[in-house]
Design a protein around this ligand. Structure first.
Ligand SMILES: Nc1ncnc2c1ncn2[C@@H]1O[C@H](COP(=O)(O)OP(=O)(O)OP(=O)(O)O)[C@@H](O)[C@H]1O
Ligand SMILES: [Mg+2]
Length: 353
């Protein structure tokens, strides 16, 4: 797992790169109104890799298209790199848009042009000479790892390679922000990891702030430092990925997190094989050897049925599924675990302990 990356200004303060305030987007179709984005405020700092997750139709793409004003908001303000985009003239807006690159699920390459020409396309009118453009394109293709394909055409490339071209093209104008709308959704798991690691490299090497839309919490877990969860046009929960994984507040968030771990699968298996009460213990950095302490202090022996550790932003989040035997007072166990920041929940049963 790679380290998270935070850019600070001269005074060491974290700087805001994208500030969406009270954004709403309403579409009118025939006589029906759809509130695709409903009063969303979102702050993305310089250097963030910010994930936006939600199921289909939640409003993710609409919200992200507001960031470069491809989708003007019905209400709210869009401040990017300290500029109020809604207030800019068309010309000034076009200049600001160059600071924002974008990639998509289906790559959107020009099939009749070579890879090099695809990447060179946004440099038209940049004032660079032909030789300078060639040099820049080659540097970009080298950065994304497919310089050897410069003379090929898109249909000769795999999905992962096409996405690399799209990333190179999105970086052509030296943007400060890269927006990724389901950029890995059309790729297999291995290629997805390779593209995510390239995005992380782009973030770290070039200092580019990244916003990633996805419906896979696995993507968030892999590279994002912050995340917002969207439902019905609203952001229902947001924050540091580690906090959200550790302590999700909303059922939908928990749903997403469970898809990114194998715990749910293990729970199902275990519950189908036992009639005993099974407990999930969740911990981030318990300082005591808790299993031994539970036995020594209270005579509670925990039988471990399953264990898993996820690393999020280099911080381990552990899950144990256990049954207890012994003659002990259950409230003592709960109180001790709570004092150690270990959460305990009975699984299968519905109530939290
Ligand atoms: N141009 C449009 N005209 C009318 N309705 C739209 C338009 N664009 C989006 N919508 C509606 O707004 C809502 C949010 O759509 P959006 O594409 O932002 O969702 P999403 O979270 O990106 O979904 P997905 O995961 O399927 O891409 C949906 O109900 C959609 O039908
Ligand atoms: Mg979408």
């Amino acid at each position: 797992m790679l380290k998270s990356f935070v850019i600070t200004g001269e005074n060491g303060k974290i700087e805001t790169m994208i500030n969406l305030k009270d954004i709403s987007v309403t579409f009118t179709q025939k006589d029906r109104e759809v509130k695709a984005v409903d009063n969303v405020s979102l702050e993305v700092d310089k250097g963030d890799i910010y994930g936006i997750v939600g199921y289909s139709g939640a409003g993710k793409s609409t919200l992200v298209r507001v960031i470069n004003l491809l989708q003007p908001p019905t209400q709210g303000s869009v401040i990017v790199d300290d500029k109020d985009l809604v207030a800019l003239s068309k010309k000034a807006l076009n200049e600001e848009r160059k600071k924002i690159g974008m990639i998509f699920q289906h790559f959107n390459l020009m099939e009749s042009r070579t890879i090099a020409d695809n990447v060179a396309f946004p440099l038209k009118g940049s004032g660079l000479s032909k030789a300078e453009i060639t040099e820049k394109v080659e540097n970009l293709l080298e950065l994304v790892g497919i310089l050897d394909k410069k003379a090929a055409y898109p249909n000769q490339l795999s999905g992962g390679q096409k996405q690399r071209v799209a990333i190179a093209r999105a970086l052509a104008n030296d943007p400060k922000i890269l927006l990724c709308d389901e950029a890995t959704s059309a790729l297999d798991p291995k290629t997805t990891l390779a593209i995510l690691s390239l995005l992380k490299e782009v973030n770290e090497k070039l200092g580019i702030t990244i916003v990633i839309i996805t419906h896979e919490m696995q993507v968030v877990k892999e590279i994002c430092n912050k995340v917002a969860v969207m439902e019905n046009g609203r952001v229902i929960e947001s924050g540091q990925v580690i906090d959200i994984f550790n302590n999700p507040q909303k059922p939908l968030t928990l749903d997403f997190i469970r898809t990114a771990t194998h715990v749910e699968q293990a729970e199902k298996q275990i519950l189908s094989h036992t009639s005993e009460k099974v407990y999930e213990l969740k911990f981030s950095h318990a300082s005591d050897p808790i299993i031994i302490e539970l036995y020594k202090r209270f005579g509670a022996s925990a039988n471990i049925l399953y264990g898993n550790i996820e690393f999020i932003q280099n911080i381990p989040i552990g899950t144990l599924l256990v049954t207890f035997t012994g003659d002990f007072v259950f409230d003592d166990v709960v109180a001790y675990l709570t004092s150690q920041d270990v959460k305990i929940v009975e699984i299968g049963g519905s109530a939290n302990v």
